[in-house]
Design a protein around this ligand. Structure first.
Ligand SMILES: Nc1nc2c(ncn2[C@@H]2O[C@H](COP(=O)(O)OP(=O)(O)OP(=O)(O)O)[C@@H](O)[C@H]2O)c(=O)[nH]1
Ligand SMILES: [Mg+2]
Length: 202
């Protein structure tokens, strides 16, 4: 199984970009729907995101938990290992809750996950709310950015060029190794970005 883990604050656009990636995978290989599982890691009670994804015919597993403590990560590992045993798909896309620390999730998956061939992390940054979020909750936001192999600075349609440059500069400071792309999930995420994200997994 090749894992692609999406992190990023609540409402940053994770589900929107995951839909784009899922469409990209299906377009490149029609049989992929049976080889792709999406795990939704929800904080609240009602999984709205999984309804969107399921309505498009994707196989979605939901994880529900009232908090973001360790128990949630163990549920994720249990689900992952169950998917490995029963389906063993080529691709598993994980949407973490916007409140999750990706470093913790990654550490536990590396330690306890089975049947995993590669792991790739994508952090979705909300360009519009960057200043607000990085002021209110800097540790979480910085952890999310520093853990991404790829950073998608999303919602570029909602900010000025100056604001966008400020976000990009700060993101580069926090993570000099990542591939950084500026996108608008509402408009389009270009195939070349998904080619880059999925290539490393193969
Ligand atoms: N204008 C604009 N809106 C966007 C963009 N990407 C996402 N949105 C909107 O932002 C809202 C949140 O997007 P989601 O994809 O649900 O974000 P999420 O990170 O999955 O949210 P949670 O799962 O609740 O943490 C939705 O109303 C989207 O339509 C974008 O690039 N531009
Ligand atoms: Mg979502």
């Amino acid at each position: 199984m090749n894992l692609i883990i999406f992190g990023g604050f609540l409402g940053s656009g994770k589900t929107s970009v995951i839909l784009s990636l899922a469409h990209f995978l299906v377009e490149s290989d029609d049989s992929i729907k049976s080889n792709l599982v999406i795990i939704e890691n929800e904080v609240g009670e009602i999984g709205i995101d999984d309804k969107v994804l399921k309505s498009d015919g994707y196989s979605v597993r939901e994880l529900f938990a009232g908090c973001i403590c360790c128990q949630l990560t163990s549920d994720l590992i249990t689900t992952l290992n169950d998917i490995n045993e029963k389906i063993n798909p080529k691709w598993v896309i994980i949407e973490t809750t916007g409140l999750a620390y990706p470093s913790k999730i990654l550490g536990n998956i590396n330690k306890y996950g089975r049947g995993i061939e590669s792991i790739r992390t994508v952090t979705v940054v909300d360009a519009e709310r960057w200043e607000e979020l990085s002021t209110i909750t800097p540790v979480l936001v910085e952890n999310q950015v520093s853990q991404g192999d790829t950073i998608l600075i999303n919602k570029v349609d909602l900010v000025t060029d100056t604001e966008l440059n400020q976000v990009e500069n700060r993101v580069k400071e926090l993570n000099s190794k990542a591939n950084i792309h500026k996108v608008s999930a509402n408009i389009e995420v270009k195939d070349c970005i998904w080619e880059e994200v999925t290539k490393i997994c193969e």
